[in-house]
Design a protein around this ligand. Sequence first.
Ligand code: GTP
Length: 597
Amino acid sequence: DYMNRIRNFCIIAHIDHGKSTLADRMLVRTKTIGDREMRDQVLDNMELEQERGITIKSHAIQMDHVYNGEEYKLNLIDTPGHVDFSYEVSRSIKACEGALLIIDATQGIQAQTISNLYLAIEHDLEIIPVLNKMDLPNAIPEVVEDQIIDLIGCKREDIIHASGKTGMGAETILERIIEKVPPPKGDPNAPLQALIFDSVYNSFRGVIAYFKIINGQLRTKDLVKFVNTDKEYNADEIGVLKLGLNPRDMLSAGDVGYIISGIKTAKEVKVGDTITHVENPCPKAVSGYEEVKPMVYAGIYPVDADDYEDLRAAMDKLQLNDASLTFEPEASAALGFGFRCGFLGLLHMEIIQERLEREFDMNVITTVPNVSYMAHLTDGSTLKVYNPSGMPPSTSLDNIEEPFIRASIITAADYIGPIMNLCLDKRGELVNQNYLTSERAELIFNLPLGEIVFDFYDKLKSISRGYASLDYYVSGYKEAKLVRLDILLNGEMVDALSTLIHFDNAYPFGRRMCEKLKELIPRQQFDIAIQAAVGSKIIARETVKAMRKDVTAKCYGGDITRKRKLLEKQKKGKKRMKQVGNVEVPQNAFLAVLKMD
Ligand code: GTP
């Protein structure tokens, strides 16, 4: 019957192992795209994604393939590969019955792959292992096969040898998907229950939500309800995703498709939400829905105060297609008017900052990111604080709580020692340590989120040579001895440089902060005192010595065009400077904390 000829699958792969190249091979092989239409990496079509080499937003595409005289529909659901987006990955996996595990035959399994693999196994997905890049002379298939067998317990002959470059293995992969991945289960006659696993924003069509129908049927013009947001819509257009949108009159249990229903902003469509009919709704929503909440906050300010309204317009536009971005107006004594923004993580923050600069040509200053805190005041009230400079003075504070995460770190046995040290250094508590194989262990730590938003992930990667993966969820708030550390430039406090820090770390941190700022702030016409303070107590100081600089001195003779060029260059350089009191502070100084070692 109908459902028996549907296969829904995703791809689990480490960055650069060839996910996009192999997916393209399958698309060409199934004639989903013609050779002529073939662009490099059809699946990651955002410029930014290509440059960063990660798939930021998941997409889906349907291929038709004939096998033993029967035509099958293969739905490939693409997944992002970064911990900031792990909730989206989990929803995509939930929409599938199988997963291709693609491993670079010259590299072997990387830890990053493992946590997504576990997620897939947890959801009972059929795993199809593929060794890619078999065309390369330095491929070590036996070694990598041993790793795969060790990890998922498959047979050696189950591992497909492939090459995205030559096309080797593409047909076998398609056949294996049809043979091994079970067709979707579900009842087409039950009330409609569809899982939203992604959404995209299109400036002409509004928000397009991608879903998989678990049970029931959906027709064009049906009146539907999104269960968790409790909003009703008309299904103006439904269809399947090929290279573009292919409208259909009806979709049924097992199908992966899209719906356009006049939704104008991404906020209304929540990944993980359930679509059902207003009449005859399903008794239960799809399980596992979570509201994604920002984890990290930072201020974003225009370098030029006149650009404030443009910045607001740009943020509004970004939010239309990125529901996980939040922002509200904020004023800083040092930086003027801007916005306090909430992000899923540091990568998300960097992406937003880059998009503001590239797509909207905005020149912005981003302040040091921080987490949110609970301030319990002496009068018994509680205040949620999103900005260190908004922390009430210690005289009115009873105690501060900070968010904690439960982190799972999977690594090779060799790196356990250094990773333990890193976590303990970040005020972590070891909860558990399990050996997954003789070579691979999982460490469970409770860690303050505030300690890991800075450079934890980068440090983890570098001390493990990339051979460690991190997954975490916020487990709750805990009281901590935190103090507010302020920075003063020539005696004036710069609110945008305030941080909350554990009392025991305040002195060394203040000292390093002053040293770093001394490196970053250029000499000016007068001495600049850089001080770190906790409350009214100065705990560190550095001085940037005065220097009289004459930029035109470098122009020998009187070549006026050279002189002008030099002055213009200096003016451009200045654009990235912010006047704080009488001191000019370069943009990157506001992120000094991130650059400290
Ligand atoms: P992300 O989208 O960044 O996660 O990477 P990906 O896993 O999609 O990898 P991608 O397909 O972009 O391939 C990474 C690099 O490996 C590219 O330079 C490809 O040209 C190359 N590549 C992919 N498959 C093969 C292969 O089978 N053989 C060889 N020689 N190179 C390959």
